[in-house]
Write a protein that binds this ligand. Structure first.
Ligand code: RNT
Ligand code: ZN
Length: 426
């Protein structure tokens, strides 16, 4: 089928879909308009298996997270990573952000300690973001470092080690504020630390007190919130910290509430039967803004590539139904080295956008009316009915309007790039 023919088909299918949704009082054009205003923060670390590019002695990974797979072609330096990201962004409808880690500093082959990094080490990232209209979000890298090898950072019992990580987080916030100022959109600087014990601890209290005090020191310096927003990310367990994690959900919920930071909810960081979609309406009553790490745990916090799962749909539904979109920063957090890494970004990001579109196309008033009338039969029947509305036609129209390839055409571009660019990386 020719390109023109395909475009006509898309637009015809869309006209029919638009009518079907209109029958239920849903304005598909409006839904696409809202969708176009929602940025997703693509995590840089999918592109190089969370490696980072700082000068490293030895091969410290650690931190209780793991990437599996050895698919060829991973980015070996920041230029390659940016080039790969460029391709991903052209295949994803909408204008999106980049989520960067401190370990992606470009120090020109010099060893710069993490407590000494500066905005200048990220100038190439800023130039690139300006050129491509990406906002940047940021993270201190409190893992993959000799001073994290004990499994403790901000809550480390040794004062000097603790101070090192406090200083690292401090400079990270400043760099975040620099990004926000330069790019004209606040940077969400998110603190996640791996601290915890493999086996049953005796003293749970002291590490948590130390973490609270360290975080207070990190946040001491007041930064303009139009430049930098602080977030804290909780976790249930990691590899090697199965029995106890200092920064648990209760710890950070309390911290965010009392200190006014954002709370980061990572979809993989809870008990396997717990879902973050269910938590949103509770958390949003008390915190102003949140950060999401949309991820996919398979039996554990395995960081699989996000797909259009029931949970991702439920997250999007909650964001739309609760009218939280303006208070939520949506980021991704997965790392899969067993498939093409650019495809992983595209599949994961598109899935989140699809989930948002589905949620925006929901006949909300109708559903609410059924519930208000205690008509549970109608509610269930209607929820099932809308699953088969012609969503795909609206999605394709959205891709067309955003000038990105329709259907599987994006994969062709990735495959070409694999042949011409990735295959030359050894
Ligand atoms: C780890 C956290 C954290 C990391 C990134 C790389 O469990 O989810 O967000 O994945 O900082
Ligand atoms: Zn995360």
């Amino acid at each position: 089928m020719g390109i023109d023919q395909r475009a006509t088909q898309t637009s015809n299918a869309y006209s029919l879909a638009k009518e079907r949704y209109a029958e239920y009082g849903v304005d598909t054009d409006r839904a696409m308009e809202v969708l176009a205003s929602i940025p997703i923060s693509l995590h840089c670390w999918q592109g190089d298996d969370v490696g980072g590019f700082e000068f490293k002695e030895g091969d410290s990974f650690g931190g209780g997270i793991a990437v599996t797979g050895n698919y060829p072609g991973k980015a070996r330096n920041a230029d390659e990573l940016r080039q790969d990201l460029d391709l991903a962004y052209t295949l994803i409808p909408g204008t999106h952000r980049l989520n960067l880690h401190a370990s992606y500093a470009e120090t020109g082959g010099k060893k710069v300690e993490r407590d000494e990094i500066e905005p200048g080490h990220f100038s190439a990232w800023v130039d690139w973001a300006k050129e491509n209209r990406h906002g940047i979000d940021f993270n201190p890298t409190c893992f993959a470092h000799p001073l994290a090898d004990d499994g403790f950072t901000l809550s480390h019992p040794d004062e000097k080690t603790r101070q090192f990580w406090i200083d690292h987080c401090r400079v990270t916030r400043r760099i975040g504020a620099h990004f926000g100022k330069e790019l004209g959109t606040p940077c969400v600087t998110n603190i996640w630390i791996p601290d915890g014990y493999k086996d049953i601890p005796v003293d749970r209290k002291s590490p948590r007190e130390r973490l609270r005090d360290s975080l207070d020191k990190v946040l001491e310096e007041k930064l303009d919130t139009s430049h930098n927003l602080d977030a804290v990310e909780a976790k249930l367990f990691g590899i090697g910290s199965e029995s106890f994690v200092v920064g648990s959900h209760e710890f950070y919920l309390g911290y965010a509430l009392t200190r006014g930071t954002l709370l980061c909810l990572d979809a993989g960081h809870f008990h396997p039967t717990e879902v973050i979609s269910e938590k949103l309406s509770s958390v949003m009553m008390y915190v102003d803004e949140i950060l999401l790490h949309v991820s996919r745990g398979v039996r554990w916090d395995s960081d699989h590539v996000v797909v259009l799962s029931d949970e991702v749909r439920a997250i999007a539904e909650e964001l739309v139904r609760g009218e939280y979109l303006k208070r939520v920063h949506i980021g991704l957090d997965f790392f899969d080295a067993s498939i093409n890494r650019i495809a992983a970004w595209v599949i994961g990001t598109q899935s989140v956008i699809k989930a948002l579109l589905l949620a925006l196309l929901e006949p909300r008033d109708r559903l609410n009316r059924l519930e208000a009338k205690w008509d549970y039969t109608g509610r269930l029947a209607f929820l099932e009915e809308i699953k088969t509305l012609p969503f795909g036609s609206v999605w394709e129209e959205y891709c067309e309007r955003q000038s990105v390839p329709i259907g599987m055409n994006w994969l062709e571009k990735v495959r070409d790039y694999e042949k011409t660019v990735l295959s030359n990386r050894t």
